[in-house]
Design a protein around this ligand. Sequence first.
Ligand SMILES: [Zn+2]
Ligand SMILES: [Zn+2]
Length: 291
Amino acid sequence: MALFNFHTHNHYCDGYFAPVIYVEEAIRQGFTDLGFSSHSPLPFENSFAIKNDEELVVYADEIRALKLAYQDKINIHLGLEIDFIPGVTKPFNHFKTIAGLEYVIGGVHLINIKDHDDIWFIDGPRQETYDKGLKLLFGKDFQKAITTYWIQVREMISSQKPDIVAHLDKIKMHNKNRYFHEDESWYEAQLDDTLQLIKETETIVEVNTRGIYKGRSDELFPGIKALIKIHKLKIPITISSDAHRPEELSGFYPQTLEILKEIGFTELMIYSKSCWSELPIKTIKRRGISG
Ligand SMILES: [Zn+2]
Ligand SMILES: [Zn+2]
């Protein structure tokens, strides 16, 4: 029986404790695999990413040391959640090379448009930050704002080729049906185009539980409607909690596994022995914290 999470944070970025604390908790919860994925360094001041390339190497060395030290108890993997901002961030290959990463999660948290100094932060706990950035960059053109997010996600997938695409429809988190509804045809077309590209590039979609256990979203990322499309397209998925605290490592896992089974998914992707492979959902442990 397996239990895993490839999307976790720690004190090298905006997580709260040293990596070893997450390892100990993962072992306590019966995890077989734990992947670390701190936020990649960014070329401007911020409060959530690894400070710089030198720190990234220190992070990578520490995870590799843990991998060795705990090899009899748990499989530890070295990943990175890399931000993609066209024309601003370094290529994913740069980070892969300097840190010797095993896998990459590509994520869009920051939206950038040409000839504009400000960057729109679509994530984080505060709706006001989302609203402010949206208005600053796009005024009242909400459709253009949301479309720009999806274009940026597609550009990331096609140009950077991450193993996993992070929290696919996170753009909806702070929307709360105020600027757009997910059943509007233009929105669905953006989602469909993106899923088509994901299918063609064989990118893995993570089913990210963080929005729910943090009380920031009523739905998983991606939501049920998108997950049904993903199932129809036979796109590979994995489960992750995007944990920032040790107790979040399997947050909302049991319920999510039930939801996925109900949609019809039978396999999840797991990283082992230097590659991704499918694992039957029925062999995944139903342990962990649900709230
Ligand atoms: Zn993220
Ligand atoms: Zn994350």
